[in-house]
Each structure stands twice: as C-alpha cells, then as structure tokens.
Design a protein around this ligand. Structure first.
Ligand code: NAD
Length: 354
C-alpha cells in the first residue's frame, strides 16, 4: 500500500526544492501518495489564515508530512506557520543530523552526530512582557515581593519554563531514538550551575531517566564547555540533547560544521505526527532562479522514508547524495558549482534508481 504523505511546498525556494525532493523520493520506487497543500503568505492573503485547518486535518490523517520553508514576514501579525505546526501537532522533538558528506571540503571530516532539541518549552514558549507596559511593571513588583530582588524599571522579560513532563518526554524520546538508530551515547547540554531550577531540572531528569536505561551512554556537559568541545572535535559526539534555545543555536552550528544550510536536514516529531523539513529558510535572495540546493530537503525526505519503515530506500538516498557530491560534476552555486536545482535533483534521482 502506498504511504500517504502531505507535502507543503512552502514559498521562496520552497516549491523548487519540494519538487526536486518529490522526484528523488519517487525514484526510490517506494509507493507514495502525495497530497499537496499550501500554507504561508499567499494562503494568508487569499483565506485570512496562513495555516488553514484542512492542512492540519490532512497531516492528522497522513501522520507524516514534508514541508518546504515558509517566509515569516516581520511585524505583520502573521504567526509563524512553523511554530503553529509544532504547537498544534505537539511536535515536541526537533531532530537534526549533521554528517560529513563525501567530497565537500570542511574543517571536520567524519562528523556524524544528531542534535535533538526540545521544541515546546524554555525561552521559546512565547511568554514575554514588553518593557514599560503595566504587565511588566506588575511582574517587577511581584518579583520583588517573591524574591527580594529588584529588576531595572526599563527591563523587558522573557520567561524560561522547563517542566518535568516536558523534559522527561524529550529524554525518553532521545533514548528511544538512540537505541533505534544504533547510536551509543547521549550528551545533554545545560547551564545548571547558573539556572538551577530550569536547566538544573533538565539535567536532573536527564540523569534519572538515563540512569534507568544504562544501555545508552550518557553524559551531561555545561553548554559553554560543550560549544568549545564541539568546535575542537565534533567527531567525539553522537547524540546531543538540548533544551530549546541551546538546541536552536547548536543545530545551526552543527550544520555549519559539515558544509552549511543547503545540506542540513531536519524533522519535527511527536508521539503521533512527524513533519520533515530542511533547516534553511525560504532564501528570498535566490528564489525563482532555479539554483537552490535541494539536498537539505532531499535528505529530510530520506528521514521521512526511514520514519515510515523504508530504511533501505532512505539509505539509497543518502548514498546517492554522497556519490553525486563525491563525483563533483553536478553542484549548485552554494557548493561552488554552476548546476541548477533540477540538474542536481536529476543526478541524485539517477543515482538512487541505478
Ligand atoms: P535562509 O535560510 O532563507 O537564507 C540564508 C542564506 O542561505 C541566504 O543567502 C540563502 O540564499 C542561503 N540558502 C538557504 N537555503 C539555501 C539552499 N537550499 N540553497 C542555496 N542557498 C541557500 O534564512 P533567512 O534569509 O534568514 O530567512 C528567509 C525567510 O525564511 C525568513 O522569512 C524566515 O523567517 C524564513 N525561515 C523559514 C524557515 C522554515 O520554514 N522552517 C526556517 C528558517 C527561516
């Protein structure tokens, strides 16, 4: 039976890399029933919402989706479709692999790590108070009353909640993921020496859960020290488990370690639903030019295939990307070549089918 997959092409370079990805996934021969649905700025203009209910309904039916990047216009009141998808579908885990690819000179060969980022809590939960507002004033007074500490009158606030429930599920997810992918060690990043009750909680729940599952190795490291160790020797790491903010920062850093945004694949996963997407944005500077690198989205498609129980097809996609890059003939401009999106996708598709 065909796998039902929701495809959201996105905007900017999204439709170009989405079409390229669809062609490569089809080249594996795995039967996929694609249902293409739009979300983003154009839909907002037509329908008054950037993420129509039919898109969410369809993802709930197909359980898996793949999306291209979606532009978030600044200051338009248009809530990020990405954030809304994560919250509506409870996609609490962001998974971003970073693997050195053959033939691409980077400072670090042999990197093969995965960043698992908690996607729903921490400073990104969206609880903020603007400086000078009555709410900020009230919060200052309450903080003075509760903690005896005075905060400057001109301060704004962003709240950092980290819960036992949210932490426990991301740690359990990371343990399951490590086991399923044959990975041996989890490194949890934190700043527990300063933020006892948020990062400290993240670390202590991590220790308890990992202690109960000794088949997967575990260490916890302060985030500043971890950053230093990562740039000195990223090959020393296997799975990084991070709260939301550190995860956002270090997953881009890890993408940079292996050659940049055009290559970085990702997934947002919950217990029920999975949405795969490249790490990069809609790249308005090159949109429509037909030169976007489709590899990040193609590799995200590979992750999708592994997720739906097609590991052989996923491995074929990864090997095809490796082979085409190692050959070096067909590369988009971001990789130093002059090929188009379609030419690179065709070369990868041909290698998949070979
Ligand atoms: P970006 O990732 O779109 O672009 C950064 C730079 O990298 C640009 O120079 C771009 O040309 C280049 N680049 C990105 N992807 C590439 C690819 N596949 N091939 C070749 N070059 C590539 O980041 P930005 O400019 O900060 O963001 C643009 C828009 O995308 C913003 O509206 C932002 O909100 C949105 N965005 C969306 C997502 C998402 O949908 N998941 C993620 C990040 C940013």
């Amino acid at each position: 039976m065909a796998h039902l997959v929701t495809l959201i092409p996105g905007d900017g370079i999204g439709p170009e890399v989405s079409e390229a990805t669809r062609r490569v996934l089809n080249a594996t021969g795995v039967p996929i029933e694609w249902v293409v649905l739009d979300a983003g700025a154009a839909v907002l203009e037509r329908e008054g919402t950037a993420l129509p209910p039919r898109v969410l309904d369809h993802i709930r039916r197909s359980r898996v989706a793949i999306k291209g990047p979606i532009t978030t216009p600044v200051g338009s009141g248009f809530r990020s479709v990405n954030v809304e998808l994560r919250q509506s579908l409870d996609l609490f885990a962001s998974v971003r692999p970073s693997r050195s690819l053959a033939g691409l000179p980077t400072p670090y060969p042999n990197v093969d790590l995965v960043v698992i980022r908690e996607n729903t809590e921490d400073l990104y939960q969206g609880i903020e108070f603007e400086r000078g507002t009555p709410e900020a004033r009230e919060l200052r007074e309450e903080l003075l009353r509760l903690s005896g500490r005075e905060v400057g009158e001109d301060a704004g606030f962003t709240v950092k909640p980290i819960s036992v429930t949210g932490t426990r599920r991301i740690v359990r997810f990371a343990l399951d993921f490590a086991r399923a992918q044959g990975r041996r060690r989890i490194t949890l990043g934190h700043k527990a020496n300063i933020m006892w009750f948020s990062d400290g909680l993240f670390r202590s729940i991590g220790r308890v859960e990992a202690g109960a599952h000794p088949d997967v190795g575990f260490e916890d490291v302060e985030i500043d020290q971890l950053s230093m160790r990562l740039v000195r020797d990223p090959t020393a790491f296997d799975v990084l488990l991070l709260p939301n903010l550190y995860g956002d920062i270090l997953s881009d850093l890890c993408a940079g370690l292996v050659g940049g945004l055009g290559l970085a694949a990702g997934a947002n996963l919950g217990w029920e639903y999975a949405v795969f997407e490249p790490v990069h944005g809609s790249a308005p500077d090159i949109a429509g030019a037909g030169v976007a690198n489709p590899i990040a989205m193609i590799l995200s498609g590979g992750m999708l295939l592994r997720h739906v129980g097609e590991p052989d097809a996923a491995a074929r996609i990864e090997s095809a990307v490796d082979a085409v890059l190692a050959d070096g003939e067909v590369r988009t401009p971001d990789l130093g070549g002059s090929s188009s999106t379609d030419e690179l996708a065709d070369a990868i598709g041909a290698a998949v089918a070979a």
